[in-house]
Ligand binder design. Structure first.
Ligand code: 13P
Ligand code: SF4
Length: 323
């Protein structure tokens, strides 16, 4: 067995039922599997809990499992580790990064903060532990507007790393937050022309969009929100057709929760297929999940000192999200 490539490489016993084996290992080891809505269908199906970034963090903060297996991207595993430093936090593949987190180098971000004294620093959860440690309060797309609004109107704010989410919050709140120039390469790729075409093809459909999309797409949306907010909207809406402008993994839960409704994925600019997938999220597979539980590797490791600095802005978010 080796983990040199960032995931366990080992033979899998021929003929075993991976789903049953994962369930058995989970019970034996008192492990919990947390899955994001962008995970492959079969991973969502076997997860103990599926949620958006905020819900996954909230779950990780309160679980009494000995092992957390974070099926998402690395910042989600890191958040779980920061909140539960004494637990073992495993990920099926350490290569599951995030283009938004990568767009914010901690050394450069520190320079940006130093160049703007007197600013409160608000960072999106899609950041590394080092960036979180430089931050006053973390937000996710489900609580960002509320948390920004909790500061006085005249409080100068730095917001990073997603410029699209930052611009969207500025437009909603009338603030003028200073924005880090980062973006998600998946959400930036959605095509306005193809979305307009879909709207013509499905004139009754409502458009659901994630705030990581560019403004020219967001202005075409009926609902803008986190993955969970989009799902809840689709469940509650009387409409029967939805065009979904976010990573297409969410369609699994939307179709499961609303079998009588139709969900149409919006395509990317450059794609020849009909949807838009996050290549990082798709790195996790049932095979890697099985091997990760079996060998308890790869594990998220963060120094105790960094956990202590990074947990403060996350706890502040969790506190502000309760109210
Ligand atoms: P949510 O917080 O809406 O789950 O989004 C996470 C993410 O990575 C979106 O690209
Ligand atoms: Fe990161 Fe974008 Fe993938 Fe979300 S969809 S995990 S922001 S790269």
């Amino acid at each position: 067995m080796n983990v040199d490539k960032g995931y366990v490489e080992a033979p899998i016993e021929p003929g075993i039922d991976l789903v049953e084996e994962i369930k058995r290992l989970k019970r034996e080891k008192n492990a919990v599997i947390l899955g994001h809505y962008y995970q492959r269908d079969e991973i969502q199906a076997i997860s103990d809990f599926v949620g958006d970034s905020l819900a996954l963090a909230q779950y990780a903060a309160k679980t009494d499992a000995d092992i957390i297996v974070s099926c998402g991207v690395n910042f989600m595993g890191e958040t779980a580790k920061i909140l539960s430093p004494d637990k073992k936090v495993l990920v099926p593949d350490l290569n599951a990064g995030c283009s938004l987190a990568d767009s914010c180098d901690p050394v450069e971000f520190k320079k940006f903060i130093d160049a703007n004294p007197g600013h409160v620093v608000i960072s999106y959860a899609n950041t590394t532990a080092e960036v979180k440690a430089l931050t006053d309060v973390i937000v996710t797309s489900s609580n960002a507007t509320r948390i920004v609004e909790s500061f006085p109107k005249d409080q100068p704010i730095i917001f990073g790393p997603d410029r699209n989410l930052g611009n969207y919050i500025n437009s909603l709140t009338g603030r003028n937050m200073k924005l880090w120039n980062g973006a998600c390469m998946v959400h930036e790729k959605f095509s306005v022309a193809k979305l307009v075409g879909l709207k013509k093809q499905y004139p009754q459909a409502e458009v659901l969009a994630h705030p990581e999309c560019k403004k020219n797409l967001l202005i075409l949306a009926d609902k803008i929100g986190s993955t969970k907010a989009l799902l809840d909207y689709a469940i509650a809406s009387p409409c029967k057709q939805f065009i979904v402008v976010t990573e297409s993994g969410i369609l699994y839960e939307m179709r499961r929760a609303c079998p009588d409704k139709e969900f149409i994925p919006a395509p990317a600019d450059d794609s020849t297929c009909a949807c838009n997938e996050c290549a990082y999220m798709r790195l996790n597979t049932l095979e890697k999940l099985y091997l990760c539980l079996k060998y308890e590797q790869p594990e998220i490791k963060i120094s105790r000192e960094l956990c202590e600095r990074a947990v403060r802005p996350i706890n502040r978010m969790l506190e502000l999200s309760k109210k």
